[in-house]
Design a protein around this ligand. Sequence first.
Ligand SMILES: Cc1cc2nc3c(=O)[nH]c(=O)nc-3n(C[C@H](O)[C@H](O)[C@H](O)COP(=O)(O)O)c2cc1C
Length: 322
Amino acid sequence: MKIGAYALHNAVLVAPMAGITDRPFRRLARRYGAALAVSEMVSSRPELRGSRKTLLRLDHAGEPGPVSVQIAGSDPAMLADAARFNVGRGAQIIDINMGCPAKKVCNVAAGSALLGDESLVARIVEAVVAAVDVPVTVKIRTGPSPEQRNAVRIARIIEAAGAQMLAIHGRTRACMFEGQAEYQTIAEVKCHVAIPVIANGDISTPEQAKTVLQRTGADGIMIGRAAQGRPWLFRQITHYLATGELLAPPAPREMGAALVEHLDGLYDLYGDEQGTRVARKHIGWAVRELPGGDGLRAAVNGMTAAAAQRTAVNDYFERLAA
Ligand SMILES: Cc1cc2nc3c(=O)[nH]c(=O)nc-3n(C[C@H](O)[C@H](O)[C@H](O)COP(=O)(O)O)c2cc1C
């Protein structure tokens, strides 16, 4: 699959998740084989560019390319400017968020709220494509509500406006995260556009990845929540798609090494205090199904020193491996 000049080495991508797919998460997922990891969304509002949160989201140091940065907003000129700004900061692909149902985004008619205004979708994509000379991609849901599944029309508009890849989460805006993702609409979109289409939503095993690819005809898949605490899922899925063979989860020693690598990345990016706080949820996800995981989670939740948290995690996995 190609996005502009960038050839991806497989069809498995990381879904952007604000507060989760930061630089340490993306680097780990890429190391385990994900072909592309879109950044957490950054606001297009220029007054937020200097905020600590935005600056941390704009830090791509050491990240393997192509670096894809997602921008969110509703004003075409502002999004075009944000795209230029991010390309200046190292973005090699600009992704536009038209899929997020979060209130904070939708209150200003951004994210998936845009799907209800087809002419605005066209103006936004045209403005961003004209503003930068890197590929522009878009992430959408299947429509504003189950009664208005307009993804096929939106996809054609997005393609005509010059976007070079489209990712679709198989839920409508109104569905939030309820029920099951559906893939029929994604299959219909795939039949109506020539740009690469990426299917997303509720894919959590190698077998599901294969089934969704077969049912939708999509060029690739995007994995979000299922990879939380399990970055090796990208290796398991890419291996299964390539060979048909299921890989066992890694042994405790490798799991521990991956988690410690993740934690070191968090402490490095956020500093000790925020880093140990951000780390808690990732530790919780990593050990949720492991013996004694609850005890470790309770212990690290009270820790504010990175060295102590790191040691607790390391010791836990050493015990598990022994
Ligand atoms: C905590 C969280 C944050 C998210 N943030 C974003 C975001 O910043 N941009 C975006 O396009 N989608 C965002 N999403 C949606 C995901 O990219 C993805 O479409 C959704 O989780 C469904 O895929 P999954 O079932 O594989 O998780 C977010 C989802 C979650 C759970």
